[in-house]
Design a protein around this ligand. Structure first.
Ligand code: SAH
Length: 237
């Protein structure tokens, strides 16, 4: 955990004004004070040490002291493409995946999905991503996006070097984790798993099969476990 509280703003100025949710959290929950040092991030990966100079009713102002290098961002981009889950399980997956270092999360609905997302839920997932970023010290907030079909979800992996598809009914694993490098997309199903047609579609789109062993893992376990394996293979853990 970094030594200073971090706040996200749209843009950095010598005197940066922090407002909205970030301000209310700072004042009501963290009880920040004038003179306190904080880290300001604009979401691009840079962060700035700043000192709070004034606290108003709806905003606080912080004077930039210096730019700092954030060392927590992963070197390779990993995109997690995960089936949308029941209850708040997707929130758990987003939180853990962000801590583990993914750069983007895509949630999708597919043939055997039993839960559907709406705009509020998507906003909530993006807030979970931001909170996880702050907690683990990252400087870029991974965006959570929604794809209404598996086909659209798979296309988020188009530009990735490695495209991996976790299939619970696969016979064997095709991926050599010890030799993995470069950007990577990981696809994991929802509670209902995948149909054979969906698996074939992924293969046609250039995805390689990942088999995680004889035990069928819950969707949230599979997403978190596979993200951990990939991050370890890429030298991030
Ligand atoms: N309902 C399905 C299981 C779905 S598990 C059934 O009963 O067979 C949810 C998702 O986790 C799967 O779609 C897959 O992406 C992943 N998963 C779970 N266990 C796995 C395993 N052993 N190998 C590969 N992927 C697995």
């Amino acid at each position: 955990m970094s030594d200073f509280r971090r706040f996200f703003v749209q843009e950095i100025y010598p005197q940066t004004i922090v407002e909205g949710e970030e301000f209310f959290h700072a004042v009501n929950v963290l009880r920040i004070k004038v003179g306190e040092k904080v880290l300001l991030c604009d979401g691009t990966g840079k962060e700035y040490l700043a000192e709070i100079s004034s606290i108003e009713k709806r905003s606080f102002t912080a004077n930039i002291i210096e730019e700092r290098l954030n060392e927590c961002e992963p070197k390779e981009k990993v995109t997690l493409i995960a089936g949308y889950l029941k209850g708040d399980k997707t929130e758990l997956v987003v939180q853990k995946a962000v801590e583990l270092g993914v750069s983007k999360i895509v949630v999708f609905s597919s043939k055997f999905s039993s839960s559907f997302i709406n705009e509020n839920k998507l906003n909530r997932l993006n807030r979970v991503s931001m909170e996880a970023v702050k907690q683990c010290g990252r400087a870029i907030v991974p965006k959570v996006e929604y794809a209404e079909t598996l086909e659209k979800a798979l296309s988020f992996g188009d530009s990735c070097k490695n495209k991996l598809f976790a299939c619970e009914f696969a016979k064997a694993n095709e991926v050599d984790f010890s030799n993995l490098n470069g950007s990577t997309a990981i696809v994991v199903g929802s509670e209902g798993g995948f149909s054979n047609e969906e698996y074939q579609l992924a293969l046609e789109k250039g995805y390689k099969t990942v088999y995680l062993g004889r035990r069928i893992l819950r969707a949230e376990t599979a997403g978190i476990a596979l993200t951990s394996i990939i991050m370890h293979s890429l030298g991030e853990m």
